[in-house]
Design a protein around this ligand. Structure first.
Ligand SMILES: NC(=O)C1=CN([C@@H]2O[C@H](COP(=O)(O)OP(=O)(O)OC[C@H]3O[C@@H](n4cnc5c(N)ncnc54)[C@H](OP(=O)(O)O)[C@@H]3O)[C@@H](O)[C@H]2O)C=CC1
Ligand SMILES: CC(=O)N[C@@H](CCC(=O)OP(=O)(O)O)C(=O)O
Length: 347
């Protein structure tokens, strides 16, 4: 097969540089343009020394012209910037947006959480999402030329709870997700609450009380799984680690407890990147760092009448850039797993 030219907009950021790390290991890809904003003119070696083969690549301005003659463009830009650039890229170029601009279908949900205008929605890049009719979201990604890559928390929470909704074993009005994220989830630019002295040795919540913009995205996905509206209480927390998400997701049991684990086994039996752990083993972020795998474990708390699911992922890999490469593979009819690690880094 001919080599694909893949460019990355926002290559100086965390999501962009993770995309480059994965693309360097993809046998069908040559890295095209790498673009930035404030870092234009700098070399990647100064910003991302781990990307050794690209150390002499210069970051160029983020314009449509920078991506002329590319087969694929990965957008790893702040919200709002993606929609502007995407509108200027040819229809036959595969565009994978790691930002939120094209994830939400309903304009009213978008405007409640974002202050830029609602663009439109693109096929949602979570192949393993099981839908109410038993099909998977993967069907919408084969041959697509525009894909909205999910947010990092929604990937973990959705994969954790969707099988229970699709199987009808939990109630749609009593769902709680509490998730801890590493600091890279907030991007590379320095923010006061992310200074080492503020983060190390401390955990803190944010977006409490339904204020986080991933709430409508998680609800949209779980509604797809159930086929009717789902309401979620979501609380993110910041954890003193560079990367990783651990999401603890619970919902009120509304079916046969014995059917719960079976729903997960059935849904994920053939999924290369979702690993339901053997009973008694629990997910840990340390087990998935740098890997495109989400680990899951499910338990029924019969005392409290709740289903409890824990998910661990690397926010930068399956939580964004790995999902982008997985969707690239699906859209262009390559083996879905090509170029994607299923083993992590430890310790
Ligand atoms: N970090 C994560 O875990 C996840 C991130 N995402 C999403 O991916 C996207 C990128 O996030 P992340 O990498 O964390 O963010 P970073 O802050 O690390 O990187 C942002 C990138 O965008 C560039 N940029 C900033 N402003 C502009 C602009 N106006 N026009 C063009 N380029 C611009 C920056 O360039 P420069 O450095 O040169 O200024 C940098 O390359 C966001 O939409 C984010 O929400 C999604 C899931 C998870
Ligand atoms: C720790 C941390 O700050 N995490 C980010 C999540 C980033 C993400 O998933 O990105 P999108 O903005 O693309 O949805 C946050 O809560 O805003």
């Amino acid at each position: 097969m001919r080599m694909l030219t893949v460019g990355v907009a926002g290559a100086s950021g965390y999501a962009g540089s993770e995309a480059l790390r994965l693309l360097l290991g993809h046998p069908d890809v040559r890295v095209g343009a790498v673009t930035g904003a404030s870092t234009v003119g700098q070399r990647l070696g100064e910003l991302a020394p781990h990307l050794a083969p690209l150390r002499d690549r210069e970051l160029v301005e983020t314009t449509p012209q920078a991506f002329a003659d590319h087969d694929v463009v990965i957008l790893a830009l702040p919200h709002g910037a993606s929609a502007q650039l995407a509108a200027q890229l040819p229809d036959d170029v595969l565009v994978l947006d790691c930002g939120a601009d094209f994830r939400l279908v309903e304009e009213q949900r978008w405007t409640s959480f974002y202050d830029t205008p609602h663009a439109c929605s693109w096929p949602y890049g979570l192949p393993e999402l099981v839908r109410a009719d038993g099909s998977k979201q993967r069907d919408d990604l084969v041959g697509a030329r525009r894909v909205a890559i999910p947010g990092c928390y929604p990937t973990a929470a959705t994969l954790a709870l969707a099988p229970a909704f699709a199987a009808g074993v939990v109630a749609p009005d009593d769902v709680v997700v509490v998730a801890a994220s590493g600091t890279s989830g907030a991007g590379r630019s320095t923010k006061p609450h992310l200074m080492a002295s503020a983060v190390m040795g401390s955990m803190s919540p944010y977006g409490v009380g339904g204020g986080h913009r991933h709430t409508p995205e998680i609800e949209q996905n779980l509604s797809t799984a159930l086929g009717q509206p789902v309401t979620v209480s979501f609380t993110p927390t910041l954890a003193p680690m560079p990367r990783g998400i651990l999401a603890t997701c619970t919902a009120r049991l509304a079916g046969d407890p014995a059917a719960v684990r079976a729903a997960y086994e059935r849904t994920y039996a053939d999924e290369p990147f979702v690993r339901l752990l053997p009973e008694g083993e629990w997910p840990a972020t340390g087990a998935v760092l740098g890997s495109n795998v989400v680990q899951l474990q499910v338990a029924v708390d019969e005392h409290a009448g709740r289903v409890v699911v824990v998910a661990a992922e690397d926010n930068l890999t399956k939580g964004t850039a790995g999902a982008a490469v997985q969707c690239l593979n699906l859209a262009l009819d390559l083996p879905e797993t090509r170029g994607l690690p299923t083993t992590g880094l430890a310790p």
